[in-house]
Design a protein around this ligand. Structure first.
Ligand code: COI
Length: 355
């Protein structure tokens, strides 16, 4: 599939590029940004013409609602360069759809397909030298929307800013990932904003995550808020559990993000005859499985981390180490997904979109 540009975008190019200052072999996730950013404001009930300009700070009123009420949403996506120097996006339609679901939940205006998809195409095209060749090199794409209307009355803003910024990225996690199962804190509740990619969903994890890190764990496996008995997500990722030869993951719900990596792994697994169950997985099953050996793997799945194998988990002060496997389904699925993304394997699903 090739993207067609339909909307007009004003483009002001950066006078000089920062690209030569970047050591692409040693980049920490999310710290470096490319030369340009896309900006599009919503005012008087309509989206204005988008523009692409040099990446730089901008001014907004200190009373803007984003600062006081956290009216902010985002997406995470990636661009990949194949061996023939073609640059690709992965399922951008899915990010657009989820972005607009998040917008509705946060009482923000939906973005148009023209602005989101054409904007992506135009900015990635402009900064495509930042998408490096080779497995593991990606350009992380961060579309987001903030409420820029001023006034501290607790009501939705009438003015918004949609932006796309780009960051060259390699691995999200370095080293082993150990997790602790949430017994007190929660990420989401029924009727809440767990299914939205809202900024507050992430900042509310920072404190429990800090406590977990102080105990030597990189991430928390979130459980349901009501009973803390059902396993729901791992940190900022969806989570899969492998019991014998079946992989299980909680169904997307109003508490659980409908992850693009999650659903892509499920589709690949089903295509290739790997048994998948989308169902609630209980903490008790996990503990039992760790004790009787049927629990083989736990892995997180998300755009930033792709597939992140988890080496062990702690529950009720007891640490359970997972076996080291030769035939990891997590790594098999990761390999199959990344080969599609880098155009090294046939894209039987029609997921990839050419820039
Ligand atoms: C992603 O995987 O894209 C996410 O949204 C996680 C983010 C916190 C880096």
């Amino acid at each position: 599939m090739t993207l067609k540009i339909t909307s007009e975008i004003d483009i002001v190019k950066a006078k000089t590029s920062k690209i030569k200052e970047v050591d692409f072999e040693n980049i920490a996730f999310g710290n470096i940004f490319t030369d340009h950013m896309l900006v599009c404001d919503f005012k008087d009930g309509a989206w204005e013409k988008p523009s692409i300009k040099p990446y730089e700070p901008f001014m907004i009123d200190p009373s803007a609602k984003v600062f006081h009420y956290g009216q902010a949403i985002f997406e995470g996506m990636k661009a990949y360069r194949d061996d023939n120097d073609q640059v690709w996006l992965f399922r951008p339609d899915q990010n657009l759809e989820r972005f607009n679901k998040s917008a509705v939940r946060m009482a923000m205006p939906e973005i148009t397909e023209d602005i989101f998809i054409d904007g992506l195409k135009a900015i990635v095209e402009l900064d495509k030298d930042w998408v490096k060749k080779g497995l593991g090199n990606t350009l992380y794409i961060r579309p987001f929307m903030i409420a820029i209307g001023s006034g501290v009355i607790a009501q939705p803003s009438t003015q918004y800013r949609f932006m796309i910024i780009l960051s060259p990225a390699r691995a999200y996690y370095s080293g082993e990932v150990k997790v602790i199962i949430a017994e007190h804190y929660s990420r989401a509740a029924n009727g809440g904003i767990g299914a939205a990619k809202a900024a507050g969903n992430y900042s509310s994890q920072f404190y429990p995550q800090k406590l977990a890190q102080e105990k030597g764990f990189q991430q928390i496996i979130w459980t349901d808020d009501a009973t803390h008995t059902k396993l729901e997500e791992a940190g900022t990722m969806n989570v899969f559990f492998r019991f014998n030869d079946t992989i299980c993951t909680a169904p997307a719900s109003e508490r659980i993000l409908d992850g693009v990596t999650r659903k892509s792994l499920i589709a690949i697994a089903k295509r290739d005859g790997i048994k998948v169950e989308e169902r609630s997985v209980l903490v008790s099953e996990l503990v039992e499985g760790a004790k009787n050996g049927s629990l083989k793997e736990i892995f997180g799945a998300g755009t930033a981390a792709v597939v992140s194998p988890i080496v062990g988990f702690q529950y009720q002060e007891h640490y359970y180490e997972l076996p080291k496997l030769e035939n990891s389904i997590a790594l098999e699925l990761k390999d199959k997904l990344t080969k599609i993304q880098y155009n090294l394997a046939e894209d039987t699903f029609g997921w990839m979109v050419k820039i």
